[in-house]
Design a protein around this ligand. Sequence first.
Ligand code: C2E
Ligand code: MG
Ligand code: MG
Length: 457
Amino acid sequence: MVQDKTEFKKNQDEIQYLAYYDLLTNMPNRRLMMDRLEQTLNSSRRSRSYAAVFFLDLDHFKNLNDTQGHAAGDLLLQEVAKRLKKVVREKDTVSRFGGDEFALILQDFGESKTQAIDSCRLVSAKIFNAMKVPFVLYDNEHNTSVSMGVCLFVGKDLTCNEILRRADIAMYQAKQAGRNGMEFFDEKLQPKLEYRAALAIDMQSATIGNELIPYYQAQVNQNNEVIGAELLLRWLHPRLGMISPAEFIPIAEESNLINSISYFVLQLACAQLRAWQEEESTKEMRLSINISARHFGQTDFVDQIASTLQEYNCPPELLRLELTESLMLKSPDDIAEKMYLLKETGVTLSLDDFGTGYSSLSVLRRFPLDELKIDRSFVQNMLNNKDDAIIIETIIVMANKLGLEVIAEGIETEEQKNFLHKSGCQNQQGFLFSRPSPIEEFEEHLKTLQRSPSVEV
Ligand code: C2E
Ligand code: MG
Ligand code: MG
């Protein structure tokens, strides 16, 4: 009996533990953290003393997991947990929120807001210092940094969920600001967030084909001949006017909307390529579309491409998929495999915004790419920034050696065009040649471009 009872007690303790603690770090989990936050909120309401939630996210944690394996990732999380515990006081809570996210609850900052802010800054400085020392993971030294968001509260109007949401938003701001930093939640951001949320709702009903419109921008070779186009989406919002994809695609990516939008773009592109097949002058034009990471990650992505090409009876070699470097960081082996499968459908692959990410030569060798697209930030600066000019020249030489085509985007002036020609970059895209425009305008413009005399190189 006695043994049974102790056994029972032990089991119960274990169940308790499992429910409230994270096994990897032996820290409170999200659930216990929420309990404690509720308590903190109540006591802060009574004492009028400020408290704060710190939301932490490790920067580029996925890279470590992908390159050195999950065991190394787990070890890092454990070490980070230990260091965080050392930084805070006994009564504070350090919890693992999930994945590479940690949440801290700090209390008793006193009744002065300015002092509370100073205290938060002090704690965050301690955390940054603690993270600066390299971590030793199975004989390898590893450097990591964290991005932090802080929500300060004094137990009044906010709920636990709202506090967490604000800390999370502030953390996101810290990431946006270049990582390895700390941001306080800023009330002034609220309207911007509400605008985003409203757009997300409007997008649900933005009828594809009605409000979402394809624009086309020409790509030309050294003789000013149009060799193809890039399809760039526009949202013609009934009240707000034209909204740039740079604004609405990231919002769509946060929901499943991106998948239906992407499929729509794919169908449009195939239909357009089919139409161009009917005319002698446009028969050889290729069309590039931008592929979002979420779309690429769909399990049936390759099948979808293959079947849509077939459905529209569209020559696959004229469809070019623009991928971004960020997409290739996650599990490169799987990505490479998918890219090889894609190539079997006959499409060609371009690496968009090249130079802005992390790509190295080894990355390039690993993937079956056909083209590098030099990001327009380099083009914009290359004439007054020597480094950017050198980077461009190097990219072009490198691409040529690897047998890749190169195209530069964002060409606005003759000088830029000439510099790129001299550096060996023949294919170009930019306002100098054509602004993105609806199909009728684009095709009208095509005629003038095709009629214009060849330029000297
Ligand atoms: P991106 O693929 O790098 O597209 C090039 C961007 O540069 C376009 O902005 C284009 O209008 C702009 N651009 C072209 N020439 C010039 C120039 O000479 N000067 C300047 N200042 N800008 C130039 P846009 O159309 O606003 O698109 C922004 C980004 O949105 C695109 O960047 C692409 O990443 C994304 N995007 C656009 N359409 C789609 C889409 O259908 N699906 C997905 N997933 N993303 C899309
Ligand atoms: Mg693009
Ligand atoms: Mg680009």
